[in-house]
Design a protein around this ligand. Structure first.
Ligand SMILES: [Zn+2]
Length: 437
């Protein structure tokens, strides 16, 4: 059967590569993956054996973080329509209800969830002919949205796995849930899928990220697990003051810009936590309306991170105090909106062992490493799914599929070697079979 999975993975590769280029060209960022979701739902439905959840059945409405404004959602819906969204499933995504879950029921046995993120980033893609997607004519046509982190590849890995599993379903025992998650960038989407209860009955959850090899790793290697992600909260902060003439009546103004400036200086001055690493960053500030006007509005986009959820909470509590105190100092009011969040989570040793064993025994042409914890680093909201499954005794891992990449992740020139899609499909499908055979 493992040889058959290898053959099937090879057979689906041209199809999912073409689909990847299509998703890349029509890149859609978090909660706007309307066309993308409609096509995923269409393709899963056409396989004939999947129960397909779409629209409000995927994400808990109120737990969606960092949702764009209504006018942005509406404007993009029209674009998704024009760009060939599937007419049956596109209406389900209205209002930012993106994401799809495909469920394959194969009788008694464990429930295995696989997670694939599907969103693009707010990046303006390079149109230079040295950039492969531009040269081949599949660079993003949606200005300011680009698949610069490989999630177009993840979405199509999920479709490839669905096609392979559909063909071996009679040899599987249990239930498979393929979770196509929206809004991973900015860590906004996973929590709402967990809140909807989709992970409550899951015994095993597996995620994956493609990426460039570093250090000891070579081009086509696998790393069976990960950990060391930082917990994070993303906050938008608004100060509201009162405008006034800067010379004639400055005493009647309430300076929101000044409150924000004072907050920024003091946010970076929060004492570090003795138990581990923390981070804080104010990434943007927009304030004021004119040179000679006391600024009545300021907005900051900021984030805190911590090596543990507790350290992140400490940073967030301190930040909230600073923001509040600076509002009072300048007679302003303030508002804080939570735009995203992620927890820390570690892959389970026995899941990593299983991934490693399956690759070693059945894919000798691939190299798989022991997991080595990475210092510091980014955040990933799949950790909500891992934690949920681990809390009720289930097992989780997040493996890495390495491949040559052009440009750093999240840059205008990012691209990945599409050959990784076949390898990732094969590993996912083989591990699922190993659990459910
Ligand atoms: Zn990513």
């Amino acid at each position: 059967m493992f040889d058959k999975i290898a053959e099937l993975s090879k057979a689906v590769h041209p199809d999912i590569t073409a689909q990847r280029r299509d998703f890349h060209k029509y890149a859609e960022s978090g909660w706007l993956e309307m066309r993308t979701s409609s096509i995923i739902a269409r393709r899963l439905t056409d396989l004939g054996c999947f129960e397909v959840l779409t629209g409000p059945d995927v994400c808990e409405a109120d737990a969606r973080m960092g949702l764009p404004d209504d006018d942005v959602l509406e404007a993009h819906y029209k674009i998704a329509e024009e760009q060939g969204g599937d007419p049956e499933f596109l209406p389900r995504t209205k209002g930012g209800f993106t994401g799809v879950i495909g469920i394959l029921r194969c009788g008694e046995g464990p429930t295995v969830a696989l997670r694939f993120d599907i969103d693009a980033l707010g990046v303006i893609e390079s149109q230079d002919m040295s950039h492969y997607p531009a040269k081949e004519g599949f660079a993003s046509v949606n200005y300011g949205m680009m698949h610069a982190c490989g999630h177009d590849g993840h979405a199509c890995t999920g479709l490839g796995v669905a096609m392979v599993l559909a063909q071996i379903k009679d040899s599987l025992h249990g239930t498979v849930k393929l979770i196509f998650q929206p809004a991973e960038e900015g860590v906004r989407g996973a929590k709402s899928i967990v809140a909807k209860g989709h992970l409550d009955d899951v015994d095993y959850v597996i995620g994956n990220h493609i990426g460039a090899p570093q250090g000891i790793y070579a081009d086509t290697d696998f790393i069976p697990g990960s950990g060391g992600n930082m917990a994070t909260t993303k906050l938008d902060v608004y100060y509201h003051g009162a405008s006034s003439h800067a010379s004639g009546a400055p005493h009647l103004g309430k300076n929101a810009l000044q409150a924000a400036a004072a907050a920024i200086m003091n946010l970076y001055a929060i004492p570090r936590h003795g138990q581990g690493e923390s981070r804080i960053n104010v990434g943007t500030i927009h304030a004021g309306t004119g040179r000679n006007v006391i600024a009545d509005i300021a907005k900051m986009e900021m984030e805190v991170r911590g090596k543990t959820t507790e350290i992140k909470d400490y940073m967030e509590d301190c930040a909230r105090k600073v923001i509040k105190a600076c509002a009072e100092m300048y007679g302003c009011t303030y508002e804080i909106k939570v735009m995203g969040g992620a927890q820390t989570a570690e892959s389970d040793p026995e899941m990593m062992e299983r991934v490693k064993r399956v690759i070693t025994e059945h894919m000798p042409e691939y190299r798989v490493h022991d997991y080595v914890p990475q210092p510091g680093g980014g955040s990933e909201d799949y950790t909500y799914m891992m934690r949920k499954v681990q809390e009720h005794g289930g097992k989780a891992t997040f493996f890495r599929s390495l491949c040559p990449c052009a440009g750093p992740g999240h840059s205008r020139t990012y691209d990945f070697d599409e050959a990784v899609l076949e390898r990732a499909v094969r590993v996912f499908a083989s591990v699922v079979y190993d659990i459910m055979k």
